[in-house]
Design a protein around this ligand. Sequence first.
Ligand code: F6R
Length: 257
Amino acid sequence: MNMVDSFEKLPVRIYPDLKEGSKFAAKEIAALIQAKKAAGATCVLGLATGSTPRSMYAELVRMHKEEGLSFKNVVTFNLDEYYPIENDALQSYNRFMHVHLFDHIDIDPANIHIPNGEIPKERIKAHCLEYEKMIEEAGGIDLQILGIGNNGHIGFNEPGDDLPVRTHRVRLMESTRRDNAMLFDNDPSRVPAEALSMGIGTILRARRIVLVATGEKKAECIRQATGGRLMTRVPASMLQVHADVELILDREAASLI
Ligand code: F6R
């Protein structure tokens, strides 16, 4: 390392709690949807699952029900899905998205895209290539929403010596299976060992990226992700090469930066 110090910083907004941060993120999404609608264009959103974005989706559902926010011009691409998993399994990300967002808004079901955890093994490669092609054909992702794993992963791009560029099948780290065991009877061995995930390059091609993180467990990886160095062992650090990325944090997640 020939760098003594670095001063690059990702833009960060700090909110007193996740609820406030989620409202801000939901407002940004709503404003983009409406601006695109006014221009007669579709709005392509990249979406995340997990505990962090739940309140953001709740706010979007509220805006749809109470303020008439329409999702008719919205196309979505989710970051990832367990593999293998049935689409309607309790723990699938497909089901998560329907329960928390899609079942409550007026999005055209044909505009929803989630990697398919039911795809036969021999079709995975073709499926991943198709996923990339569909994103491209939709005009690319306008706004990608991200969470961050305790180990610094974004999507299911796990820390390692290298990082996949495009949508791929990935072996989950044991720490990720532990972190995600809650819906699997708290038994990490029941969490699928693999997943399908957009790659780092897929994520970095989005025109804008908003990462939401909450809680002190995320503080260390947020510190490493924003410290001015790219590290494949902290996949979120790759966001530092993107020209339009913002972090929405609560005080705990921001406590080490
Ligand atoms: C989920 C995803 C993951 C999560 C991350 C944080 O689609 O891509 O990277 O964002 O594991 O999960 P939570 O929000 O549950 O802490």
